[in-house]
Design a protein around this ligand. Sequence first.
Ligand code: PMP
Length: 330
Amino acid sequence: MTIIPDTLALIGNTPLVRLKGPSADTGCEILAKCEYANPGASVKDRAALYIVQDAEEKGLIGPGGTIVEGTAGNTGIGLALVANAKGYKTIIVMPETQSREKMDTLRALGAELVLVPAAPYSNPGHFVHTSRRIAEETENALWANQFDNIANRKAHILGTAEEIWAQTGGRVDGFTCTAGTGGTIAGVGMGLKAKNEDIVIALTDPYGAALYSYYACGELKAEGSSVAEGIGQGRITANLEGAPIDTQFRISDAEGLEWVHRLLEEEGLCLGLSSGINVAGAVALAKQMGPGKTIVTILADTGFRYLSTLYNADWLDAKGLKVPASLRAG
Ligand code: PMP
């Protein structure tokens, strides 16, 4: 069949691509799921679709309804496009520190955008709590609740993990990615372990997040900080509960950014920073496992969402991050 029946069916079934540089560096096959190829240009379209379908099946949203969510942006974009395709409205609450491009995309999709100051989770003004309150005050509204709604990780158990298994013909030795809600790492981890429990599942964490120390020594403790958007969790969300994590890596922004710029220069891929951190994690896992292994990771979103930040020399300078020669020359 060459015609996709409707636009929502464009979500998922993303290509798996071999990354030349990381594979050459490690002697492993480093493969990546091209999640930027989803219609909303991120991995979060998958969770958005499952969360809305699950709510419809449970009768939690009906015609004329409004979807409300707190998000770093990508889940909001996924929800807004699913809502448009199904005839719902969206209200998206987002920290004002996130990229301008994500805000503009949400406005273009017709979402009502509520920007709040960045705050710790314990603060009632945090974007997640604000979104819950707005949902409670809005008639016929669904609070998507991506962090603690396990329809999120189900999208990865039934979608992403099955696809990776089929695309590699079952020849996969390890998987790694970062966590925002934890839906991707937990869902892919659970899905792949159900096929073969010997597949190594590794969490790759940025600085400023507490999961690395949790999986290393049982204590939720953050160290340092990161400018990466959409990742970096400080608690065990419902999606992370029972995640089969075998090992963990902590990756700096500088190292992730080096991969972001290398993947652009050497392979023509324009990606966000979580993708660079994921690739750095895949390289670390490959080095730990040794040559000849097949390691899969996630290219979580498009770099076109960060042209004013990761691909902007002034912004990188201001953050004390290395500016690649290609950006200086331009
Ligand atoms: N990368 C980016 C760019 C994201 O927006 C997100 C989701 N916030 C993630 C990675 C992490 O995905 P998950 O929520 O499934 O842990």
